[in-house]
Design a protein around this ligand. Structure first.
Ligand code: ACO
Length: 325
């Protein structure tokens, strides 16, 4: 099997900043509550005319430039998102057209906050097997479009953003191992009840605010810690490594307390963990992706480092990926 790795990366965060002080004026909350319970200080929100594909396009252009590839060099585009521009066509199709990536096939993956890892591992299979040479893997979300801005339990958590990675064959290092998992019996912990075929949009679903994220945060918290620890350990095991070999953990940025608990259980110091939750909040599939991009930009990852991407999300779904840089 061919070695596969990330050869270019880029991100795009919308310009508008929503601070905790802004949220204090919208719902019954406080900067102190949000900071101590979640670690979030501010998040980004799209402009009125921006949708998920717009964020994905800007992040992808940067990733292609970083990889020194042209759009026509792409054979495959996978977009991880739970907030597509519309039900169909997929964001990946809109992105393929906007980039003029005329040689690429494209599709979306819906694996919530683990989406970027699912997409990365999927792209790896196509390249390792020899079907394709260059893939673009994107995590892009406009969570503000599915957030109930009257619900203090959830609205303080989410933000909008995107990151993209170009995935190709590499001479050394690359993706060493991964672990993906699902348990759909936890559907009720985190969902948007309406808008699909089970409960199509109606006046009633709109009035009952059923098109927004409904979350049982407390229960999710415990699963999140256990599943992220398990995913990282199993992926490391498959790579014949253990947590003492890890240089940087790049986790999904849902809650600083979840990340601290995961780091502790993996016996990692917090300076071995990358955080951008304070700036961007939880951006679902874009969180681990932008965290990886920011870590690279800030020089936190050097050649030869062992990096672990680790995420969980609605489904429940979870996954981890061990990459040698
Ligand atoms: N401001 C002030 N008070 C609040 C707020 C707020 N924004 N939100 C909730 N509270 C109150 C609650 O009403 C409750 O009050 P009560 O005791 O009077 O009933 C109190 O704070 C404590 O609430 P908890 O829910 O127990 O708070 P907790 O410490 O669990 O923190 C949180 C809540 C931040 C949501 C946490 O449970 C969490 O992060 N869970 C995981 C979330 C997550 O990871 N989501 C998954 C990924 S998202 C995706 O896949 C799209």
């Amino acid at each position: 099997m061919k070695k596969v790795g990330i050869i270019g990366i880029g991100e795009y965060l919308p310009k508008k900043v929503l601070t905790n002080a802004d949220l204090e004026r919208m719902v019954d909350t406080s900067d102190e509550w949000i900071t101590t319970r979640t670690g979030i200080k501010e998040r980004r929100l799209v402009a009125k005319d921006e949708a998920t594909s717009d964020l994905a396009i800007k992040a992808s252009e940067k990733a292609l430039k970083d990889a020194k590839l042209k759009p026509e060099d792409l054979d495959l585009i996978i977009v991880a998102t739970i907030t597509p521009d519309m039900q169909f066509p997929s964001v990946a199709c809109l992105l393929q057209s906007a980039l003029k990536a005329k040689n690429a096939v494209s599709f979306d993956i819906a694996a919530a906050c683990a989406g970027f890892i699912y997409a990365l591992v999927t792209a790896q299979q196509f390249i390792a097997g020899g079907s394709y040479r260059n893939a673009l893997v994107v995590g892009s979300e406009v969570l503000s479009s599915i957030t109930d801005w009257q619900d203090r339990n959830t609205c303080v958590l989410f933000g909008d953003g995107a990151a993209a990675a170009v995935v190709s064959q590499v001479q050394s290092g690359g993706i060493l191992a991964s672990h993906l998992g699902v348990d759909g019996s936890f559907e009720e912990l985190l969902k948007i009840p309406a808008g699909g075929s089970r409960m199509p949009a109606s006046q009633k679903t709109v009035e009952q605010r059923m098109h927004y994220i409904k979350m049982r945060g407390n229960e999710l918290f415990k699963h999140a810690v256990n599943l992220m620890v398990e995913a990282a350990e199993l992926a490391l095991q498959k790579a014949s490594l253990n947590s003492s070999d890890v240089d940087l953990l790049v986790p999904h940025q849902a809650n600083i307390r979840i990340i601290q608990a995961v780091a502790k259980r993996l016996r990692l110091r917090m300076d071995q963990v990358y955080l951008n939750i304070q700036r961007y909040g939880n951006m679902s599939s874009a969180s681990a992706a932008t965290a990886l991009c920011d870590a690279l930009t800030e020089g936190r990852i050097k050649k030869g480092d062992i990096v672990v991407l680790d995420a969980f999300g609605a489904g429940l779904v979870w996954g981890a990926c061990v990459i040698k840089w």
